[in-house]
Design a protein around this ligand. Structure first.
Ligand code: ADP
Ligand code: MG
Length: 286
């Protein structure tokens, strides 16, 4: 039988845009010891802006941005959207590739005019043996590299911003005696800057979607039951693998399917609110 209090918890949650998938999700949330979060779209707004385009050899800024946009036009990743938008705003022609492939957690490989374009992170470049000796990471912003026929051609610096409520929400989670951890596929510099601004205690960067799941298992072994909060872009397996998976703000079907809790809004306050609600619900049930 399901205690009546669980229904009260479910009702109180739904008023705040927090949807628990049944009493089991509430019960599991009470036992959580660590809150593990994705960076992009969870702790940051997930709206990137192109800041700068750096180029190499004969390539112009326009050429780099246009080729990158051609690759990214096939992707729904927030970084991809920012690059396509920037190219369109500059009225650059975006020539459709004849072949295009998205490589999860790395970027895009495409064929345009018989040339192979690679557009993504250092891991993507390494996977295709691109010589990166002339590339140097500039600062803490996220960077998208472009290679043409395995030659490094330039890099697009994109920046995302912290959600305004992040520091307060993280402080509240810590006040609930829970450990806070960030997992991201982004570079360590970008990850550490966001973590420091938000007050997140532990950071693991440069992770592929599958690495996020194994990192989560390690945290569970060390700290106990874990809640994972993500937007579902590249992290549905982690959502499914956590003791409590929470999908935040996205309409991504895969995320909603894999999650135990759905946060209808992308406001981070929902995380400590859900935990507080679960704890309260448990007390009533006893
Ligand atoms: P996060 O962990 O921040 O949510 P993802 O797992 O979605 O990030 O992506 C990890 C990294 O992979 C990104 O930071 C980016 O470097 C790279 N990446 C993924 N998809 C793309 C894409 N379409 N274009 C460029 N880079 C991408
Ligand atoms: Mg993500």
């Amino acid at each position: 039988s399901v205690p009546l209090a669980f229904f009260c918890g479910i009702g109180a949650g739904s008023k705040r845009g927090i949807l628990f998938k049944g009493g089991v999700a509430i019960e599991a949330l009470k036992n959580v010891k660590a809150v593990v979060m994705d960076k992009t779209g969870t702790i940051t707004k997930g709206n990137f802006d192109v800041q700068k385009v750096l180029t190499q050899d004969e390539w112009s800024e326009e050429a780099v941005l246009s080729m990158a946009a051609a690759c990214e036009s096939a992707s729904t990743h927030p970084i991809a959207v920012s690059i396509v938008t920037a190219a369109k705003n500059k009225n650059l022609s975006i020539e459709k590739p004849s072949e295009i492939e998205e490589i999860s957690g790395k970027g895009i490989r495409a064929i345009q005019n018989g040339r192979q374009l690679l557009c993504g992170n250092v891991k993507l470049m390494q996977a295709f043996d691109v010589d990166l000796s002339s590339y140097q990471k500039e600062g803490s912003a996220s960077e998208v590299l472009l290679a043409v026929d395995k030659n490094y051609a330039g890099c697009i610096i994109v920046s995302d911003t912290l959600k305004e409520e992040a520091p307060k929400a993280i402080a509240r989670i810590k006040g609930q005696n829970l450990k806070t951890v960030m997992l991201t596929g982004d570079a360590l510099e970008s990850a550490e800057e966001i973590a420091a601004l938000a007050g997140v205690e532990e950071v693991h960067a440069r992770l592929l979607p599958e690495d996020k799941l194994s990192e989560l298992q390690k945290i569970r072994e060390k700290d106990g039951s874990v809640m994972f909060v993500g937007d579902g872009i590249n992290d549905a397996p982690v959502l499914a693998g956590a003791d409590v998976g929470a999908a935040m703000g996205s309409g991504a079907d895969a995320a909603i399917e894999a999650a135990d809790v759905v946060f209808m809004n992308s406001n981070m306050d929902a995380i400590p609110q859900a935990i507080a609600l679960a704890n309260k619900t448990g007390a009533v049930a006893m």
